[in-house]
Design a protein around this ligand. Sequence first.
Ligand code: EPU
Length: 334
Amino acid sequence: MPNIQKNISLKHLNTFHVEAYAQYFVSVRTNEELSSVLKDSTLKKLPKFILGGGSNVLFTKDFKGLIIKISNQGIKLVKETHEHVWLLAAAGENWTTFVHDCIQHQYAGVENLFLIPGSLGAAIVQNAGAYGMETADTVQCVETINRYTGDIKRFLAEECQFSYRSSRFKTKKNPFIITHAVFKLSKKPCFRLDYEPLRQSIPKSDLTLQKIADTIVSIRQSKLPDYRKYPNAGSFFKNPVISVDQFAQLAQSYQHIPHWSYNSGVKIAAAWLIEQCGFKGKRFGNVGVYHKHALVLVNYGHANGKEIKALADHIVQKVIEKFNILLVSEVMIL
Ligand code: EPU
């Protein structure tokens, strides 16, 4: 049984760096350790929260229950053909370390997702995405342990209910804790250049996985703050999807709204909506909206989670008043 710690500060376990305490905390490195925690009769009764890299969570209060940090490690080649490799990776791996490894080995399929903070398991839970790519694009199957029964269950990608920044593992009642995943990557160079600024930055003659990763680094650094300097959780809100009719109405007053067609509706840039409401670069005491990207809320001082939540609520209110669009947070608020 791994060491169960009591009254542990979560400040350095979340990228907003807000202070909150976990009543109980445990870091698990193997399936066996996780199973023993889940089967323990005294721990069974406690509310539980699964923590990855803490880069998409906002603690607004102490957590009364058990926080389980998934800390297993390992990346293993499990199958190889002429064109593809299948890598089995542990959920506790750092996502960017995994992407870096793939680039070093010339395995294509995750390079646009370089530098997304957080753990590999968390990237799958929320189907992390950036620059025209999503985690779900390369996931073949996901291995889980049921938090109530301890049973191991595998899900094929099509059973994971992946959607924009979500999956079955992000739903409230989900009982499955991700322990591992298998990714299918391409040994042949194939690049995803749908994202305009990425396509423009790299000459076609100069395309390599490393070049893409380098370009992603400079695009990200030009827009997004480093959480070690300006604690944040990346995009705080999802880009909302509205109906074609609502969009047509809105476009009459605002001709330049950044938008994309999405399923049967229209996806709008949340950053643009927030900027139009005058929040970009504004500070409110310890918290604020990053001056280079309006979708990123920043802890500029020693803010607590409630202050960040209050700013998020204020933004939601103003965007509703001005555009009649409801912003939904991408960040998990606890
Ligand atoms: N924009 C503004 N104001 C701003 C920032 C952006 O008007 O302050 C406009 C841009 O001009 C652009 C549009 O909004 O037309 C979209 O901006 P961007 O390309 O930066 O992407 P995003 O939709 O804001 C999404 C993801 C990011 C991901 C980028 C790049 C969501 C919620 N966010 O942001 O993901 O890095 O695309 O692919 O989907 C994250 O999830 O934490 C994250 C950073």
